[in-house]
Design a protein around this ligand. Structure first.
Ligand SMILES: [Zn+2]
Length: 465
């Protein structure tokens, strides 16, 4: 995420039920596939959908329960809008038998009890019926006054099972809050014919009937699912090597001029090729780029797996718009391709995307003093002793501690190890954790192996371990 930073004062405390402890002692791992069939009614501010989850146990132990996140519900309440919700109204198994389920954390977390234990190699089929009540757009979720719809995280995603068990930790107030493995999605959405839709996948086809348009998307290896819609989107297109960059922009939004759209599309295409050379080829066929719709409070640039939103209304310096595009594009590697727990170690995506964004800005030919800006923030009195690998809520100033100190940790490592050497280390780290999940320990192992261990003073300054 990158954007305007406004202190939120009306954060609603989440009511957190006590959850059964999870030991993480079992060997559980899963492959996830989801099929979603949705009817979107933007004017009625609602969407209903059926979601089939096919969860294959790839571990060696059995489980009698599955936990899911429904991340759209994390925006509810946190951003002052109370009238949105995503409700699961029923859960059945593949045979049509009702399954017990519990909703907690304001609907962000669901536990489903299985009728039979799911053994190694077996696939559970679950059918969810869901109702989405779409709120006013705040930050990055909902419908804007101009009618731009942004629906990130509206569907169920299996929670990660790691060494601590099921990830049922409460969300933190800072940061993006997600933690997920990649999954395949097959999505069908019907919407009024005058709406233009996009999804973070590849559009397979569009059919129109009786004023309704049906869109189908295939989204492979995505770490999330996001749907956007607007009556007034104009479409722009670029090619970045083999990758198609598709832009959807609402010219009615402040700052969305022809020149700004060109700038963002060019920057996105440049970033895909640049980062592809450094960190491995972009993992999808298409990157969707859209403007961050202006809500009732503020808008934020944001990354999803295969889609980025860019905040356009930057009156001060147009370079900032390129940098934000580079930053969000970098998340396709540091978040999308190499996942991490955004609550526990947000620096692994935000610090890395900030660092990569400044590298890209240099390669773009800009003399914007990005490193100086980051260094100043990283050295600020409030954060100068902050460790980058703390959980999101434990940084005295989240932005400076995670983004700027995270960026400067990598910059100092690069300066000490040598540019080519350090970028090779980062490329190897991406390769080793491609489409997986990485931790700070994984990064440290890569750095120590690649540098011979002579950067310990920098690591000790920035990382708690
Ligand atoms: Zn970011």
């Amino acid at each position: 995420m990158r954007g305007r930073w406004i202190v939120l004062t009306a954060l609603l405390a989440l009511v957190l039920p006590a959850l059964a402890g999870c030991s993480g002692e079992r060997d559980l791992a899963f492959a996830e596939r989801y099929v979603i069939d949705a009817d979107l009614d933007p004017e009625g501010r609602s969407m209903t959908y059926a979601q089939r989850a096919e969860i294959t146990n790839t571990g060696s132990d059995s489980t009698e329960e599955l936990w899911f996140h429904l991340y759209a519900n994390m925006y509810k309440g946190l951003f002052q809008t109370e009238d949105g919700d995503v409700l699961v109204t029923s859960v059945t198994d593949g045979a049509g038998q009702s399954l017990s389920y519990e909703r907690s954390q304001e609907g962000v977390l669901y536990r489903v009890g299985l009728a039979e234990p799911l053994g190694p190699g077996e696939t559970a089929e679950l059918l969810f019926s869901c109702q989405v009540i779409i709120p006013d757009l705040e930050s990055k979720y909902g419908v804007s006054p101009a009618g731009d719809v942004q629906l990130p995280g509206f569907s169920l995603q299996l929670a990660v099972y790691d060494e601590n068990g099921w990830d049922t930790d409460p969300l933190q107030e800072e940061g993006d809050g997600r933690y997920a493995h990649t999954a395949d999605y097959d999505v069908t959405v019907r919407a009024p014919a005058d709406y233009i839709l996009a999804c973070n996948g590849d559009e397979q086809g569009v059919t129109a009937r009786d004023g309704v348009t049906e869109h189908r998307y295939i989204c492979r290896d995505r770490r999330d699912l996001v749907l956007i819609a607007c009556r007034d989107y104009v479409r722009r297109e670029r090619q970045a090597g083999d990758v198609r960059v598709l832009g959807y922009f609402d010219p009615g939004t402040a700052g969305v001029t022809e020149a700004a759209m060109d700038q963002v599309m060019d920057a996105a295409a440049f970033a895909l090729e640049y980062f592809g050379q450094l960190f491995g080829p972009y993992p999808h066929d298409t990157l969707v780029v859209t403007n961050a719709a202006l809500g009732t409070n503020f808008a934020q640039s944001m990354e999803y797996s295969g889609l980025i939103t860019v905040y356009f209304d930057l009156e001060t310096d147009p370079t900032a718009r390129s940098h934000i595009t580079f930053h969000e594009a970098a998340h396709q590697w540091f978040y999308g391709a190499v996942g991490n727990d955004e609550n526990e170690e947000p620096w692994l995506d935000e610090g890395f995307a900030e660092f990569a964004g400044y590298l890209c800005l240099e390669a773009w030919g800009s003399d914007w003093p990005g490193w100086e800006i980051a260094a100043n923030a990283a050295g600020a009195e409030q954060v100068k002793d902050d460790k980058v690998d703390l959980p999101a809520d434990e940084h005295p100033v989240y932005q400076w501690g995670v983004y700027d100190r995270g960026c400067m940790c990598l910059k100092e490592l690069m300066d000490a190890a040598g540019r080519e050497e350090f970028l090779a280390i980062l490329g190897g780290y991406c390769r080793d954790h491609w489409m997986g999940v990485a931790t700070t320990a994984d990064f440290l192992a890569a750095v120590r192996a690649g540098t011979g261990g002579d950067v310990e003073d920098i690591l000790a300054e920035y990382i708690q371990e």
